[in-house]
Write a protein that binds this ligand. Structure first.
Ligand code: SAH
Length: 529
């Protein structure tokens, strides 16, 4: 059977102005013999028409419009069915296909169909408002002429809860005035009253109007059939009258400086994206590993970070830091033998400057290894940008008073992810022979209290000790201060920003100030506890 020569163009002509219409939409209009559309729309494209037959219909006549268009095409004509915006977004494209389906249409034997995309209201209106649709967004039509109101409510609630930017189409008409009121009520249950809202009427048409307001005030302005309402998400902000929804760059980049802390090759690593699927999967994989505590008393709680290599290629290389304990520096012969056995010919044991042995084993199944290391009394820790507690040996336990606090710090904070590795140096007496003062956070137990040093830089030409910010802290004061400091760094530190840089930049952390004076050096107290 010969295909029917007629053709249906399903054209979205964009918001209204010819400059925002695609070139294909224009040529298709010119190629057409017949134009079928709603009166107002035909008027909008009038200037582009030459000798085409125009079939104008009213608002609720879409079905008869669709039948008429198909009928004309089946007679061999080229028929343009026009929709504003995009024909596939609350436009005529879907209905034409539905009617064709009912008629048993087949693409090879029936009339040819070409859908020509256009700029939908969500995009034209967003452009006029600024950049509110920079992140996940959805469109919801408030028209309940064809969709049950209950369904619409469900969608509004789901979108509100999931923090989508929402573009409301058909927000209100002469008859439908309550839907937008109900919608605002629902949205206010999930979003702040200050949430930015944009109202755009007749985008790129003669009587264009743009209003930027807030969720609680939006009903004070005119909203009608020609308005699209764009509701911001929880991070949308308004700057100089423009609505902007952040894409998330601020999470990883420092937007007020040209030079970035993260170098290009570091930007897509798991460490730089602790919120990513890969990072979350690693955490979950680790959390499910074991529930029991290791003989050192430091179990799963202490290791908040996954002990996995920082790549996503199904865990080929397993890396873990191993030490005999927070205050214990003695590795037993059995422990060494075990490390040797586990490393075998393929693995590596590397001595690090941080009082750890780094174990690198090519394996896809790290769980049994973790188990054996823990059973042997090792303290395990993840590799990468995490908190590491570096304690001294407390003179083999003779200066033991402060050990429990070092262990508490390890338990609470050790292994927690931070913007850049943080060393907490913990020395058990004023001798500070493990040089805690040079670490990011230095803690020295002296004369029954703790001295706290912040912002040391151990390496580099500009190496310097930390600033003494407190002296004589009680254990409770110390633990709370260190927790607050680490939390502030986790919250406010830029990715890859070293702790001392962070401290310098913010000027104050947990009430302790970065001051430009020369730091006070520790006076060795000759082993006085
Ligand atoms: N197919 C169209 C949508 C048709 S539904 C599209 O893709 O844009 C009609 C609704 O679209 C209107 O109630 C209004 O919410 C929105 N709309 C269409 N054109 C618009 C324009 N120029 N300015 C603002 N909103 C518009």
């Amino acid at each position: 059977m010969m295909p029917i020569p007629g053709k249906l163009f399903l054209i979205g002509f964009g918001p209204g102005h010819v400059e925002h219409m695609t070139a294909r939409a224009r040529t298709a209009l010119q190629e057409s013999d017949v134009i079928v559309g709603y009166k107002t729309y035909v008027e909008l494209i009038q200037d582009l028409l030459t000798d085409q037959v125009v079939i104008q219909t009213g608002m609720t006549e879409e079905v008869s419009r669709a039948h008429e268009a198909i009928r004309q095409a089946e007679q061999g004509k080229k028929v343009a069915v026009i929709s504003s915006g995009d024909a596939g977004v609350y436009g005529m494209a879907g209905l034409i296909y539905e009617v064709l389906t009912e008629k048993g249409w087949h693409p090879t034997t029936g009339v040819e169909v070409e859908v020509i995309p256009g700029i939908s209201a969500i995009h034209s209106c967003a452009a006029l408002l600024g950049a509110p649709v920079m992140h996940d967004a959805c469109t919801i039509s408030l028209s309940d002429h064809l969709t049950p109101w209950e369904t619409i409510v469900k969608r509004i609630e789901a979108a509100a809860e999931a923090d989508f930017v929402i573009a409301l189409y058909n927000p209100r008409s002469g008859r439908r005035t309550r839907q937008i009121v109900e919608t605002q009520k629902i949205l206010l249950r999930y979003r702040s009253p200050e949430t930015p809202v944009g109202l755009v009427k007749s985008a790129f048409r003669k009587r264009q109007q743009i209003v930027v307001t807030t969720l609680d005030k939006m009903l004070e302005y005119e909203i009608g059939m020609l308005t699209t309402v764009i509701i911001g998400n929880s991070s949308t902000f308004v700057y100089e009258g423009r609505m902007v929804t952040p894409r998330g760059y601020q999470r990883k980049y420092t937007l007020d400086q040209v030079k970035q802390n993260l170098r290009p090759h570091e930007r897509l690593t798991i460490e730089a994206e602790p919120w990513s699927l890969s990072a979350v999967q690693q955490k979950t994989a680790f959390a499910s590993l074991e529930t029991e505590k290791s003989p050192t008393g430091i179990g799963r709680e202490a290791r908040k970070q996954p002990i996995h290599p920082p790549n996503d290629q199904s865990i080929d290389l397993f890396e873990v830091t191993v030490s005999p304990g927070v205050a214990n520096k003695k590795v037993t012969a059995q422990q060494l033998a075990l490390l040797g056995e586990i490393a075998g010919d393929q693995g590596e044991v590397i001595y690090t400057p941080d009082h750890y042995l780094l174990l690198r084993i090519p394996t896809k199944e790290p769980e049994p290894i973790i188990q054996r290391l823990m059973e042997a009394g090792f303290l395990l820790g993840p590799v990468g940008d995490v908190v590491q507690v570096k304690a001294c040996d407390f003179c083999e336990g003779r200066k033991a008073t402060a050990i429990p606090y070092a262990e508490q710090l390890q338990q609470k904070l050790g292994g927690q992810a931070v913007p850049k590795v943080v060393h907490i140096g913990f020395n058990g007496c004023g001798m500070a022979c493990y040089q805690a003062v040079n670490e990011d956070l230095g803690i020295i137990y002296r004369k029954g209290g703790f001295d706290l040093f912040l912002g040391g830089k151990t390496v580099g030409r500009t190496a310097h000790p930390g600033r003494q910010v407190a002296t004589g802290l009680t254990p409770e004061q110390l633990l709370s201060a260190v927790e607050q400091i680490v939390a502030a760094y986790q919250e406010e530190g830029n990715p890859n920003e070293r702790f001392y840089k962070f401290f310098e930049r913010v000027g104050q952390v947990a009430g302790y100030r970065w001051e430009e004076e020369v730091p006070i050096q520790v006076q060795p107290a000759c082993g006085v506890d």
